[in-house]
Design a protein around this ligand. Structure first.
Ligand SMILES: [Zn+2]
Ligand SMILES: [Zn+2]
Length: 503
């Protein structure tokens, strides 16, 4: 007789349930650093679990719903979830994505909008606070994105933080908001209400926004005598960030931090955030060695300010008006991190000697005969000077040396990332190379610093991120989901009942 599902032992049924649950295959946190622009991996797909549980009473009693996901794409669905969903589903919800496009309120006055906004905000809080196992919340779009830019009225500014911890179980909170105002204002309405937050993705606020230090001051006033528990921070730097300052503030705010991901990989084509120069906004280490072949001594120059002059003259670091800081000042700033294990400060590692290298391409601007002759002469002598120089090997040696200095200062640090810009086919197609520097220990427990042989390469455009860079709805794709269809989906995601003909 063939084995049927219900002949299996409770243990095996529980094991099957584990695989029916797709939550286990998605990393926690689900979000990535800003330069990795993947779509959110969380989807409303609880049907397998609900159907498995609907099989019969025995499985139902054995198996509790858990690790459920919900992507909210309309206000109507959100309201349904406030009333019509059984507790078994509500209590099994682990991850929620909010992706509700704001309504078009062109007809109503700003007073009306404000009033409506307040009542929607209170429904929104009611919705979120009912989930007793919610661990991850990712915010893409909210209906609170209503701004009168001409009068500088930022409606979401009028919303208030509720007086209770409405996200008591939340461990991971990601803001992936393109709108400049929302990205700056919305986080303060969520972060202080999450007492157990371990992972946070947000932007470094511009002058208009609420600074992360102030948001955590609010958190501390609500949770006195507690250290903020945050373990990993995914932070998008803005155009006027000073990395040395950010590092001090972040450490004071989150002393338990183990993973730090700063992204400075540029944005959209707004003003000087042109994607072709975006990479040059990154903080920079300029490394000089005493020899191109067997370097013995290295000197590192540190550019921690995302300086406008650097953006204008990225190829000529010597021409910027900003005086570089001492690399050791930067290292000292890092030294206060007592628990840091992984660090990516979006640092562009530049070999000073690369500027003297022969170029691969004839510059498009130098088309005259005399210019051509001069160019060829210069390239020829450069080529001779660089004969036998393995630039990648030299770069790896420099990176190892710089990382060793950093790792000596932070004994807990295991991994450090450096980036390098490469021109694959001239300036029109530029690529970021990502080098991972790892600390290992030998048999005697001595620390060894190595550059991983594998280097990741990304087109500059692929890494560019628009979070907090767009004016209101600019840059938001039109919603392509049919509301009626998605409500149908939600229906089957909500119901948790036994099927008929239960044995
Ligand atoms: Zn907005
Ligand atoms: Zn944009």
């Amino acid at each position: 007789m063939p084995t049927r599902l219900l002949d299996l032992s409770d243990e095996i049924l529980a094991h099957i349930a584990h695989f029916v649950n797709n939550d286990t295959s998605i990393p926690f946190p689900a979000f990535t650093p800003h330069w990795a622009n993947f779509p959110v991996a969380v989807e409303s797909s609880n049907r397998d679990q609900l159907r498995f549980r609907a099989t019969c009473r025995r499985i139902r009693s054995l198996y509790r719903l858990q690790g459920l996901h919900l992507v909210v794409k309309s206000w109507g669905i959100l309201e349904q979830w406030c009333h019509q969903v059984p507790d078994s589903v509500i209590n099994g919800m682990r991850r929620i994505v909010i992706d509700i496009k704001p309504f078009n309120e062109t007809e109503s006055t700003s007073d009306q909008v404000d009033g409506e906004m307040l009542s929607m905000w209170s429904i929104f809080i009611t919705f979120l606070s009912q989930f007793t196992s919610l661990e991850e919340l990712i915010i893409l779009n909210t209906p609170f994105c209503q701004h009168d830019i001409e009068n500088l009225q930022i409606t979401s500014r009028t919303l208030d933080l509720p007086t209770f911890d409405y996200l008591p179980t939340l461990k991971s909170l990601g803001f992936q908001i393109k709108c400049r105002f929302c990205a700056n204002y919305i986080p303060r309405l969520f972060i202080p209400a999450a007492p157990k937050l371990l992972h946070l993705k947000t932007i470094c606020p511009t002058k208009i926004g609420a600074m992360i230090t102030n948001i955590i001051k609010t958190w501390s006033s609500i949770h006195p005598d507690k250290t903020h528990p945050l373990r990993s921070l995914y932070y998008r730097l803005n155009e006027d960030a000073d990395l040395n300052e950010e590092l001090s503030e972040i450490n004071e705010t989150f002393p338990l931090l183990e993973e730090l991901y700063f992204s400075a990989h540029g944005s959209c084509n707004h003003g000087f955030h042109d994607s072709s120069t975006a990479k040059s906004e990154a903080p920079m280490i300029i490394a000089k060695s005493d020899s191109l072949v067997v370097p013995d001594k290295w000197a590192f120059e540190w550019h921690g300010v995302l300086d406008f002059e650097l953006i204008l003259f990225p190829r000529f670091p010597g021409r910027c008006t900003y005086t570089p800081c001492d690399f050791l000042d930067f290292v000292e700033k890092l030294g206060v991190y007592r628990n840091l294990r992984k660090m990516d400060c979006s640092i562009n590692f530049v070999l000073h000697s690369e500027h003297g290298m022969p170029s691969i391409f004839m510059p498009a601007t130098e088309r005259g005969r005399l210019e051509y002759d001069r160019f060829v002469r210069a390239q020829r002598s450069k080529t001779i000077a660089y004969q036998g120089v393995n630039i990648d090997k030299l770069r790896r040696t420099g990176m190892t040396e710089a990382a060793r200095i950093i790792m000596d200062e932070i004994p807990t640090l295991e991994e450090c990332i450096f980036w390098t810009e490469v021109e694959i086919s001239g300036p029109s197609f530029e690529v970021w190379s990502k080098y991972t520097i790892i600390r290992k220990y030998d048999d005697e427990g001595k620390s060894i610093v190595e550059v991983d042989p594998y280097v990741e390469r990304f087109p500059v455009l692929w890494t560019s991120n628009e979070d907090g860079q767009c004016d209101t709805l600019d840059g938001l794709p039109e919603s392509d989901t049919d509301d009626s269809e998605s409500e149908g989906d939600a229906e089957s995601d909500m119901s948790d009942s036994e099927s008929e003909g239960d044995p």
